[in-house]
Write a protein that binds this ligand. Structure first.
Ligand SMILES: Cc1cc2nc3c(=O)[nH]c(=O)nc-3n(C[C@H](O)[C@H](O)[C@H](O)COP(=O)(O)O)c2cc1C
Length: 306
């Protein structure tokens, strides 16, 4: 079953869904949006920008209604939660979307520094606070990273397209190169072509700043600490009207190419966990994120001691 349905009678052919799709999964044919893939990763951005609500993703929950009222009688009086309402928090979380269209305007360095302050309100294992942050304050700085990441994928693609090498690697270390070839080679080739020949930034999507989140490997839970801090940055940025997007492709390249780590002046005692692209969004999301319906397992054991 094709999970994305487009109501043709509603579609006005404005092309917003085509422009926002990171997968090029939609095309305008005879003035109507048409879904051209068997599947994409169903980010739902097409649905979020549609001015006439013409798209539906099967199996995704359109509304996330909370069952409880924001404050219960058991809420801690000492939690210093102030005036923050759960509904405000949920609205902020639900309306955050990964941004892949940015304006040229740069983000002030002070704002990026404030995001780091917001990041470190996160919990950390044994309160180690081993997270570290590297700010790339301008588009030019971000492009220094981008050029090195592109170079890494250029080399990886050269290796992956060699069938003999794929067999050899499989024999000695498993099928990772083959998997990369099957899943990513074609789209990365296209992105590299656009990067090299057309100047299109398919990596950072035109973002004007970046924050790299690393953590000291000697901390008890470096990955968890870094990723919790990362989520704070995404939400903090969103609350300030900034767009953000995690760039896993850049993280992968940094993990595997020590020259990038060196250029970004990250000590060997740290591991990279996230690369966050930031900037002022050039896209308007009209409705919040739907998610796949989730049914939590509820364990209610009988006959427990009081
Ligand atoms: C670990 C991780 C890595 C990601 N890497 C990329 C990436 O390299 N490029 C990109 O455009 N989006 C990337 N994303 C964004 C996801 O595609 C996005 O979060 C997902 O489609 C849901 O959309 P939303 O964030 O708008 O709700 C990444 C997200 C996560 C959590």
């Amino acid at each position: 079953m094709i999970p994305l349905r487009i109501d043709k009678s509603r579609c006005v052919g404005c092309g917003s869904c085509v422009d926002v799709c990171p997968y090029d999964a939609l095309k305008l044919i005879e003035g109507k949006a048409v879904y051209q893939l068997e599947s994409c990763f169903l980010c739902g951005h097409c649905r979020a920008v549609c001015p006439v609500d013409a798209l539906v993703i099967a199996g995704f929950e359109p509304q996330l209604e909370l069952k409880t009222s924001p404050r219960t009688e058991h809420s801690s009086k000492a939690s210093n939660v102030g005036d923050t309402k759960t509904s405000t928090l949920v609205a902020l979380m639900r309306s955050r979307r990964s941004c892949r269209n940015y304006r040229d305007t740069e983000v002030a360095l002070e704002v990026l520094e404030d995001l780091v302050k917001i990041a470190i309100t996160a919990p950390s294992g044994t309160n180690s606070q081993g997270w570290r942050f590297t700010i790339l304050p301008t588009r030019g700085d971000l492009m220094v990273l981008g050029a090195m990441v592109a170079d890494y994928y250029r080399k990886l693609n050269r290796m992956a397209r060699n069938p003999l090498l794929r067999c050899l690697v499989k024999y000695f270390t498993g099928d990772s190169l083959g998997r990369y070839y099957r899943n990513y080679y074609a789209s990365v080739s296209e992105a590299l072509y656009q990067w090299d020949d057309m100047g299109v930034d398919r990596l950072f999507h035109g973002a004007t700043a970046g924050i790299l989140v690393t953590a000291k490997l000697s901390s008890s839970c470096p990955a968890e600490d870094a990723l919790l801090a990362t989520q704070n940055i995404l939400l903090g940025a969103h609350s300030m009207g900034l767009g953000s997007c995690l760039i896993g492709f850049a993280v992968e390249a940094m993990k595997r190419d020590s020259r990038i780590i060196k250029k970004m002046q990250i000590p060997q005692t740290e591991q990279i966990y996230s690369v966050i692209a930031l900037g002022f969004p050039d896209v308007e999301f009209l409705r919040p994120a739907d998610r796949k319906v989730v049914m939590p397992r509820i364990l209610a054991f009988p006959n427990q001691p009081a």
